[in-house]
Structure formats: C-alpha cells, structure tokens
Design a protein around this ligand. Structure first.
Ligand code: FES
Length: 127
C-alpha cells in the first residue's frame, strides 16, 4: 500500500484494484485495511501531512490548542488541505510518543514537546 501510495500520491481505486489482483485478495480486503490506518490516504493529500496526536497524554498537555493553532496558521480545518496543496491537517490517535506530549508528525518525522512557537518554527522551516 505504501508503494502504491508513494507512486500515485494516495491509494486510489485503480491502485486498490492493482493490489487486490497482485495479492490475490478481494478489493474489499484492501479497502478494509486502507481505511483503518491513518498513514494510508484514500484521497489526495498535501505535500506535508500535519498529524496532531489527540490521545490522552497529548490531550492533557494541550493537543487541542496545538490543533487549533495549526488550523488557524494554515487557514484550514482538520481534515482539509490548503488550496496550494502544501499542507493537510489531521488529528490522529496515539503515535507512541506520549512522554514528549504534546506532539505531532509531519509526514514521517515526529515533532515533540510542542508550543505555538515551536509549531511556528516547524511550519515555517518546511521548504
Ligand atoms: S498520547 Fe500522544 S503520543 Fe501518545
């Protein structure tokens, strides 16, 4: 799924059909897995996927404020992509970095112990 996603930008219906045929599985088997995991995208997504953890440790230490700050800074809501296609914003379940909450993930990189100033630095540093 990652390979198809990397090649096509997201896991689209032709990609799902290809995987089902290649792996000798039903198309519904592929969709079931694809829709379960937040790292698999079934719609086009921005160049930078900002995923803010919303689970307990992060929530207790300010994840809601971080999400709100990201949304305001990017001018989009959770689940949306900026008009220029650069950023998508999501809330996700625990990313296993609870000791450094609140945290978010930009594509595959973890950014931890967040404050609004740190979010500014992170987003402003992306090429
Ligand atoms: S609760 Fe956020 S990383 Fe675990």
């Amino acid at each position: 799924m990652f390979i198809v996603q990397r090649e096509r930008g997201y896991l689209d219906p032709p990609g799902v059909s290809y995987l089902a045929k290649r792996l000798n599985l039903r198309i519904t088997d592929i969709w079931e897995v694809a829709t379960f995991y937040s790292m698999i995208h079934i719609e086009p997504i921005g160049k930078y996927h900002i995923q803010v953890c919303k689970t307990l440790s992060c929530k207790l230490l300010g994840a809601d404020k971080i999400t709100k700050y990201c949304a305001e800074k990017l001018g989009i809501k959770v689940g949306e992509t900026t008009a220029d296609g650069r950023f998508s914003l999501s809330e996700v379940e625990c990313l296993g970095s609870c000791g450094t909450a609140p945290m978010l993930q930009v594509n595959f990189d973890y950014r931890e112990n967040l404050t609004s100033e740190k979010v500014d630095q992170i987003l402003d540093s992306l090429p």
